[in-house]
Design a protein around this ligand. Structure first.
Ligand code: C2E
Ligand code: CA
Ligand code: CA
Length: 543
């Protein structure tokens, strides 16, 4: 510490009245507390010389060269004030030097104490990930301990993030402690519990050979964690999902066990909240498949393997094609033509959708700008793209680069876009609409609380999902729904497009139900851009 790089002593302008008791008695009390602390602590002067050791420091380090060692460490460590020191008798200590008025407070604790600290979650005081991994490794190293059967459970808390965001991190932390208490309350002797991440806990259940007992534990946890909490006068609801791995289930190390827990948990997400799932090796294969697909997908964009095809949208009143919907195609050299249904969901999960979406809108605008007349081009936009703050800028730049009139660009979104509670997506759409871009509500009728969404945004078009259009011909309910949506659209001043029209019969029915537009194989399948002119000519339409 007596080096150029040593830590600077703390500023001296602290006000005396901050100290609650500077009377002789207070000083005597502080001195006595300092001396009798179980941790080794010493006050060191600005010159690096020992001024006042407490009893423990004296006992441990009398005649040792600890201060010289700390000085040297600080010198070679850019003045870093904490380091590990092993004394000549082999004892290892972690030593911290904290700057204070005129010197430093040096405190040392033995590595076993530090090691316990490094394995404890600071919020819940449960073990942490490191501890959990070590216990899992022990299971691998000592198979006898797992001989009776062991299960590893991962518990994922839903809605904790929302609690942190709305009620503050302190409430979130208190909540985690309550959850930890509830988890502890259902464990048996020998079970291990740890907090593995922000909203993740883990349990190693031992000595219970049956999968049923792991399932029973998972159910109890889901039930218990799912009961209300009262904190800060607020009623808080949480939900938990549990992923279970029956040890070792093909895994050969702790990392793989934890990855398998993740996979099982991932499955609970797609199966609904408040559920548990057992890991099985098929999940790993699915994951492997997804990983390979992801690698190929990232490459596809760079290698120019994407193309757009266009499907005409036909207006019944005008008896003509008024626009085209751009649909994405992936021509993979190894996989052949891949349907967007098979790669868009993965692109959404991995964030690749942003660069793909960027490419789609730029390409669609560029190609549509070469069309004669004022036909529109409709582009599908995923909910995930609205999470990107550059979304509006991308659209504006695609319009700018291509010179396409904004009124010729239509964005097709689904109800899931509306689920973002903060309304960011809606305000993005609003600003695009102000410059003339049109917005359609796609796959209408398949989502959630459809009607409410129609009030929250002035859509230009409602696209009625194919399932209502192509239901069985005697599907009276489907027809009633189409009719209701058509009349709703009419009163709200929104166009209504029936999707997936394949037969003359469906077309006649759609027309009599009051839809304004149709799209489907009956008019045409999606086509590559170079066929658009010929198609329009074949329809006796102006090109
Ligand atoms: P969507 O937006 O509902 O598109 C309509 C889908 O129905 C298209 O499938 C189209 O080829 C198909 N279709 C049209 N008419 C008929 C018909 O008469 N009968 C039948 N059986 N099918 C018909 P596609 O091209 O496979 O696209 C599937 C979905 O993939 C789209 O559904 C859309 O959700 C998504 N998608 C396509 N391109 C993009 C894109 O560029 N970006 C994003 N985010 N999603 C896209
Ligand atoms: Ca669409
Ligand atoms: Ca659709």
């Amino acid at each position: 510490m007596v080096t150029d790089t040593a830590i600077a002593p703390a500023s001296k302008n602290r006000r005396d009245d901050e100290s609650p008791d500077r009377s002789d008695r207070g000083v005597a009390l502080a001195y006595s507390a300092f001396m009798s602390m179980s941790r080794a602590v010493a006050i060191v002067g600005p010159d690096g010389k020992l001024l006042l050791p407490n009893l423990m420091f004296d006992k441990l380090f009398r005649n040792s060269d600890i201060l010289d060692r700390v000085n040297r460490e600080a010198a070679s460590n850019d003045g870093r004030s904490d380091c590990q020191i092993t004394l000549s008798d082999g004892r290892a200590f972690w030593v911290e030097a904290i700057p204070m008025e005129d010197g430093w407070l040096v405190s040392a604790y033995c590595m076993t104490e530090r090691s316990a600290k490094a394995r404890t979650d600071t919020v819940t005081k449960l073990g942490n990930l490191l501890m959990f991994q070590e216990r899992l490794t022990e299971l691998f190293e000592n198979p006898a301990s797992a001989a009776d059967g062991a299960a590893v459970l991962g518990i994922d808390l839903d809605r904790l993030k929302a609690v942190n965001e709305t009620l503050g991190r302190n409430v979130g932390d208190e909540l985690l402690c309550l959850v930890a208490d509830r988890i502890r309350s259902v464990l048996e002797d020998g079970d291990v519990v740890a907090r593995l991440g922000d909203h993740r806990f883990g349990i190693i259940q031992t000595g219970q050979p049956e999968p049923q007992s792991a399932a029973a534990l998972a159910s109890r946890l889901i039930d218990l964690i799912g009961r209300s909490y009262v904190l800060d006068g607020q009623l808080i609801e949480l939900a938990a999902n549990v992923g279970i791995v029956l040890f070792p289930a093909g895994a050969t190390d702790s990392e793989q066990v934890l990855r398998n827990v993740d996979l099982a948990l991932l499955r609970t997400k797609s199966d609904g909240h408040g559920t548990y799932r057992f890991f099985d090796t098929a999940m790993d294969e699915t994951m492997q498949f997804r990983r390979n697909l992801e690698i190929d997908l990232r490459r596809a964009l760079a290698q120019g393997e994407f193309a757009l095809v266009y499907q005409p949208q036909f207006n019944l009143g005008l008896n003509g094609v008024t626009g085209f919907e751009a649909l994405l195609r992936w021509q993979s050299p190894t996989r052949g033509t891949v349907s967007p249904m098979d790669f868009i969901p993965l692109a959404e999960d991995t964030g690749i959708i942003n660069s793909i979406g960027d490419w789609v809108v730029r390409t669609a605008c560029r190609e549509a700008a070469t069309w004669h007349g004022s036909r529109t081009v409709a582009v599908n936009v995923s909910a995930a793209q609205f999470a990107n703050p550059n979304f509006v800028a991308t659209i504006l730049s695609a319009l700018g680069e291509s010179g396409l009139d904004p009124r010729r660009l239509e964005l097709e979104i689904t109800e899931s876009v509306m689920l973002d509670g903060r309304g960011t997506a809606l305000s993005m759409l609003q600003s695009l609409r102000e410059i003339g871009v049109r917005v359609s509500l796609d796959d209408f009728g398949t989502g959630y609380a459809s009607l409410g969404y129609l009030r929250s945004f002035p859509f230009d078009k409602i696209k009625i999902d194919q399932s209502f259009v192509r239901g069985k011909s005697n599907d009276a309910v489907g027809q009633a729904i189409v009719r209701a949506i058509a009349s709703l659209g009419q009163s709200l001043g929104m166009a209504t497009v029936a999707e997936g029209v394949e037969t003359d019969e469906q077309m006649a029915r759609i027309a009599s139900d009051g839809c304004t537009d149709v799209q489907g194989y009956l008019i045409s399948r999606p086509m590559p851009p170079e066929q658009i002119d010929d198609f329009l000519l074949s329809q006796n339409q102006t090109v």
